[in-house]
Write a protein that binds this ligand. Structure first.
Ligand code: ZN
Ligand code: ZN
Length: 255
């Protein structure tokens, strides 16, 4: 089977450094099918239903799956007539408000690149528990407001900077989190770019019977459609191909 890499960005529509033609070319090279999912949200270029319609029109000219990556937590509702032009909607958390403190994940990203070795999210948080509770509440609110298909880079969250995820992410959060995904039929993305989720969450996700999806979160041609990490995790934890998210629409010439 050919994997469907659901998560890719272009320069035309968000912060990618590649054209859609380059993405399609890379997908061929890697032997995967490809979906585009440029950033949407109130602070993005794709910040209105009209612009989303223009984006869907653009994507419809290419043999690709049509997605978008919504910035969760901002209550941007996509009109049903707009939503039906897309094959799926990814929702990702890129920042969060916890007990009145706004956490921007830019520092976390700098930390992952080694640019901020002393980053400690606890300088802004009262407790880890309050963070994880706020995270679950945010997802519940968004999933109750509109249908999402995939949770992008699920554990790309500030506590990652505190140590081994199995020591930092509480099991009560994992259990409630997976139950939430299952209840709302949202797939857990295995992300090449961010190497998430971690082992214990993968194992529990398989046991809980959640759906998965694979994403390179490609922003440039070097990493786009490279799915080494998702393939390794699927093998390691026995994720069956039928547990993977796929689109309903038949797309001609989809790589
Ligand atoms: Zn993202
Ligand atoms: Zn992305």
């Amino acid at each position: 089977m050919k994997y469907l890499d659901c998560h890719n960005h272009t320069a035309e529509w968000s912060d990618g450094r590649q054209s859609i033609e380059q993405v399609i070319e890379k997908a061929k090279l890697e032997g995967v099918r490809v979906g585009l999912s440029d950033h949407a949200g109130l602070t993005e270029y794709l910040n209105s239903n009209d612009r989303l319609l223009a984006y869907a029109d653009f994507l419809s000219q290419y043999p690709v799956a049509r997605g978008l990556e919504m910035d969760l937590g901002r209550n941007f509702l996509v009109a049903p007539t707009t939503r039906e032009k897309f094959d799926y909607m990814i929702g990702s958390v890129h920042g969060m408000s916890v007990e009145g403190v706004q956490l921007n994940f830019g520092q976390l990203i700098a930390w992952t690149k080694g640019e901020m070795p002393n980053y400690n999210p606890m300088q802004q948080l009262k407790s880890l528990d309050s963070f994880f509770k706020a995270h679950l509440a945010l997802l519940e609110k968004e999933y109750s407001a509109q249908k999402y298909d995939i949770l992008g880079h699920p554990t790309m969250l500030p506590p990652l900077a505190l140590g081994k995820p199995e020591d930092v992410f509480p099991e009560w959060w994992e259990d409630q989190f997976l139950a939430l995904l299952k209840k709302h039929d949202v797939a857990l993305e295995i992300s090449s770019r961010w190497k998430t989720p971690y082992d214990r969450l993968m194992k529990k996700g398989v046991e809980a019977g959640v759906k998965f999806s694979v994403g390179s979160d490609g922003h440039d041609t070097a990493k786009t459609c490279v799915l080494d990490y998702p393939k390794e995790m699927m093998r390691k934890f026995g994720v069956k191909p039928e547990s993977l998210f796929d689109i309903q629409r038949k797309v001609e010439n989809l790589n």
